[in-house]
Design a binder for this molecule. Structure first.
Ligand SMILES: Cc1ncc(COP(=O)(O)O)c(C=O)c1O
Length: 367
């Protein structure tokens, strides 16, 4: 049996009727951009995050860029970013003409290391972007106490963490402003690009509203230089339908993760994900560390098992950031993780038999 990396057919089947009706209504009404369903979704999702305001945008990347713009990040500023993440976390800093300052991660959770963050702070540091990597929140109480001491804003990159909790608070309500992606493969995914800025801060909210819509206040009255990054109503129809199932789907992911953990335990050399006691992991990605990762992946692929690497090159070693002058060895934890991390298939409707098949292929590949 081959196992795909993700398979959302069952999810799609569950929401199909609701989406069909919703899209028909959008066509009838013609409110294609930021229409009624988009506004409903902004409210629904901000509420789901136990926060006040949601600003629907084109993508997670735009959510990050506009969130940084809304807190006035500009040329000359420094923003601290973990080096083990998707490149969008750093690109948004560059879009603001500020400098991305990379820091290392913790070995257990693969999240930003608060000590590495504190060491990187300078007079120019204006913000930090903790990424809740793979679906588990970063160490937000440590990060918050360091950030508050130095008057640094916290921008959560929650693109992988819809629904996770840190000390009972939802991802999205843990910093000054949070950014979500609804890229189709995310735990809450649209059928195209979409994203959202979530915040409890009215000033950030009002600025983000203008920034995503040409900086306008009235129809042709432009207060600031904004851009065009608005949520499509059809994407919101899909997202509203899926949001109702998200907690259940996250619980199904957690069950799959528990079964993986049970079966992987006897495998020598496999490092399983660590979930800290004070937070929940929503397992958008189930990442393990394995010896001889590349050969293991090849052997698994030959048996029809599709694994991926998130992420093979830390950002400080990416060609796109060569100008910053980081050298290999700068962030030893992230560099070691990049060499042996591997994401196994994970989706809510994965069957026990599929989990068993993946683990059997991994066991055989390790021999
Ligand atoms: C951690 C992280 N940040 C940002 C993004 C960017 O989101 P998008 O693809 O919606 O632009 C992603 C996902 O792709 C991500 O995983």
């Amino acid at each position: 049996m081959s196992v795909p990396f993700i398979d959302f057919k069952e999810q799609n089947r569950l929401i199909q009727d609701e989406v069909d009706v919703g899209i028909k209504k959008v066509f009838e009404k013609g409110d294609y951009i930021l229409g009624e369903q988009a506004q409903v979704f902004e409210k629904n999702f901000a509420g789901y995050c136990e926060s006040m305001y949601g600003v629907g945008v084109n993508s997670g990347t735009d959510a990050l860029y506009l969130a940084l713009s809304a807190i006035d990040i500009q040329e000359g500023d420094e923003v601290i970013v973990p080096t083990h993440t998707f490149i969008a976390t750093a690109l948004c800093v560059s879009f603001c003409r500020a400098r991305a300052v990379f820091v290392d991660i913790e070995p257990g959770t693969y999240n930003i290391d608060p000590k590495s963050f504190e060491r990187a702070i300078t007079q120019k540091t204006k913000a930090v972007i903790p990424v809740h990597i793979y679906g588990q929140p970063a160490d937000m109480s440590e990060i918050t106490s360091i950030a508050r001491k130095h008057n640094i804003k916290i921008v959560e990159d929650a693109a992988q963490a819809h629904g996770s909790r840190y000390q009972s608070k939802r991802a999205g309500s843990l910093g000054d402003v949070a950014c979500f992606s609804f890229y189709p493969t995310k735990s809450l995914g649209a059928c195209g690009d979409a994203g959202m800025i979530v915040t409890g801060d009215k000033d950030i909210y009002e600025k983000a509203l203008m920034l995503r819509d040409y900086g306008r206040k009235g129809r042709y009255e432009h207060k600031i230089k904004g851009t065009n990054s608005r949520l499509d109503t059809i994407q919101a129809v899909v997202l509203n339908a899926k949001l109702k199932h998200l907690d259940r789907w996250n619980a199904m992911r957690a069950q799959n993760a528990a079964y993986y953990a049970e079966l992987l335990k006897p495998l020598k050399g496999v490092v399983m994900p660590v979930t800290k006691a004070d937070r929940t992991h929503v397992f958008q990605t189930y990442a393990v560390r394995v010896p001889n990762r590349d050969q293991v992946m090849e052997a698994m692929k030959a048996r029809g098992i599709h694994a991926l690497i998130h992420y093979p090159i830390p950002l400080h070693l990416q060609e796109a950031y060569a100008e910053l002058g980081y050298k290999r060895g700068a962030f030893p934890v992230a560099e070691a993780v990049a060499n042996d991390i591997m994401s196994l298939p994970m989706f809510p409707h994965m069957t026990k038999a599929q989990v068993e098949t993946v683990v059997a292929a991994l066991r055989a590949a390790l021999l």
